[in-house]
Write a protein that binds this ligand. Structure first.
Ligand code: ZN
Length: 188
């Protein structure tokens, strides 16, 4: 892992209002750390990642963006948080609404650790949803995760389709709401 650098992704300034400064201290002198913070504008970049869109972030050689889907669920998310903290790395979590409802304290813990929070629908249905169902799932997921955060503005306008089951209609809906559809560059 030597030489690998990580970047943290933060939402655009309209969402976070500059409330998080990337001036993080790190007790581990050998940590991977964060090389820089990218701010993503949903209007300029509504679709991101090479797997589905053939287009990715302007990363420098050695830079990696870490994202985690489906939680938060103890004890797995806690283990991820410990590993990230050990390496002084910030990541982006695409959370499922029903999991946020069940684990609101964990949602806030992730936020307090300086990570970025996006959403991943309410119920994590693994098929290409009709447009009306997709909109309901998107909105319910945002409402649930936002409710777990004491400051809804802490929620980034970032969304990922469960199983990457995207549709053009749902992508159009995300865009109309000012949300970014994140696919992946590399699947775990
Ligand atoms: Zn998922």
């Amino acid at each position: 892992m030597r030489g690998v650098r990580h970047i943290a992704l933060l939402a655009g300034p309209l969402v976070l209002g500059g409330s998080i400064a990337p001036a993080w201290s790190c007790a581990n002198p050998y940590a991977l750390g964060v090389s820089r913070v990218l701010q993503i504008d949903a209007r300029a970049m509504p679709l991101v990642s090479s797997h589905d869109y053939g287009f990715s972030l302007p990363l420098a050689p050695g830079e990696v963006v870490l994202t985690f889907d489906d939680g938060p669920v103890a004890p797995y998310t806690n283990a991820v948080l410990r590993a990230l903290a050990d390496q002084c790395v910030r990541a982006t979590f695409f959370m499922v609404g029903r999991e946020a409802n069940a684990n609101p304290a964990l949602v806030r813990q992730i936020r307090a650790a300086g990570h970025t929070i996006g959403t991943h629908t309410q119920s994590h249905l693994l098929y290409r949803m009709p447009a009306d169902r997709a909109a309901r799932e998107i909105n319910a997921g945002i409402a649930s995760v936002g409710a777990a955060l004491s400051t809804p503005r802490a929620l980034a306008p970032f969304f990922r389709f469960p199983g990457l089951f995207r549709t053009t209609e749902a992508e159009r809906y995300l865009r109309s709401r000012g949300l970014i559809s994140w696919s992946v560059d590399v699947d775990s």
